[in-house]
Design a protein. Structure first.
Length: 318
């Protein structure tokens, strides 16, 4: 009974991290505090920080949604859009669209979605064809991610100096986020996250096995397709805004399971809140790591994700 009471309390406290980090992100920076009632330069800086905080929150939420969905879908706690190559595939789609002259936010978001879907489909197809284990599937995703990242770099170098200035985007940053860009991407991120939540009950059945799910009226193949598309949608929209940001989709669900326990529908909301919190905190830290605030988010989120990845690999080896 004591554990049962502690888990909701622990989960509630973890939810408070998002408003805390969001507020700190607005008023803290390498150049000191900002008065929220100031005019001129202070108000301009506050607006920029608000944009970054909103972008980081939505990106973190989307990546946590994708990570949670993929982990439930594949029954693999190592599943993550960055590790499985979905983020790199989405980034490749963005760069391909830019190279073709399609620079409108909606076109970029759609190109990211196509790239992310293609990468996820390739990993799942190869894993199925080779009969890979859950851990081996992750290794296949890592290999694809490295290959796609190499192609991303080659394309960026060929696009010329103007695009090469956005190299930081390729390593994950919300410093280049724009209001118009966010207006297109936010509904896509929210749609993917909501789609997965609406399938939470079916995912819980699927996690018990295909036979159990089918006996409960769940169409396993259709559910997999739906959740895969929703995960790719969330990830791709996040990549269109911030570039590939690693490990958020791995760490947030893992902490959520420790914080709340229980069924997927109980863990999922906390996972989204934690994903947003981690990304906002990483963006805040990036402002102090590099004076211009352009330090890649992945360089910071990797410090959080690497220990978790090692722990999960040790726990789920073989």
């Amino acid at each position: 009974m004591r554990v049962g009471r502690e888990l909701p309390m622990r989960g509630g406290l973890l939810h408070l991290l998002l408003p805390l980090f969001f507020a700190l992100s607005l008023f803290l920076g390498p150049y000191g505090l900002i008065n929220p009632f100031s005019q001129g330069l202070g108000a301009f800086v506050l607006e920029l920080r608000l944009l970054r905080a909103l972008a980081a929150s939505l990106v973190g939420l989307a990546l946590a949604a994708s990570g949670s969905g993929l982990q439930a879908l594949l029954k693999n706690p190592l599943a993550d859009p960055y590790i499985l190559g979905v983020s790199s595939g989405a980034a490749l789609g963005v760069l391909a669209a830019i190279a073709a002259g399609f620079i409108w936010p909606l076109a970029v978001s759609l190109a990211a979605l196509l790239g992310g879907l293609a990468a996820l489909a390739l990993v799942m197809a190869v894993s199925s064809a080779l009969g890979l284990t859950r851990t081996s599937m992750v290794l296949a995703g890592v290999a694809l991610s490295y290959a796609l990242s190499s192609i991303d770099m080659i394309i960026m170098m060929d696009l010329g100096p103007a695009v090469q200035g956005s190299l930081a985007w390729l390593f994950g940053t919300v410093a280049y986020a724009l209001w118009g860009e966010l207006a297109y991407a936010a509904p896509l991120m929210a749609a993917g996250a909501a789609w997965i939540f609406l399938r939470a009950g079916h995912l819980e059945s699927l996690m018990l096995g295909d036979d159990v799910a089918e006996s409960m009226g769940v169409r396993a193949r259709r559910l997999r397709a739906e959740v895969a598309v929703a995960s790719a949608l969330s990830t791709s929209a996040a990549v269109a805004v911030a570039g590939p940001v690693g490990f958020v989709g791995l760490v947030a669900p893992w902490i959520a399971r420790l914080g709340s326990g229980g069924a997927f529908r109980r863990i999922y909301p906390l996972s989204l809140s934690l994903g947003a919190s981690l990304t906002v905190a990483a963006d805040l830290a990036s402002r102090f790591v590099e004076p211009g605030g352009m330090a890649p988010l992945t360089s910071i989120t990797a410090l959080m994700g690497a220990p978790v990845l090692v722990y999960l690999l040790a726990r789920w080896r073989g």
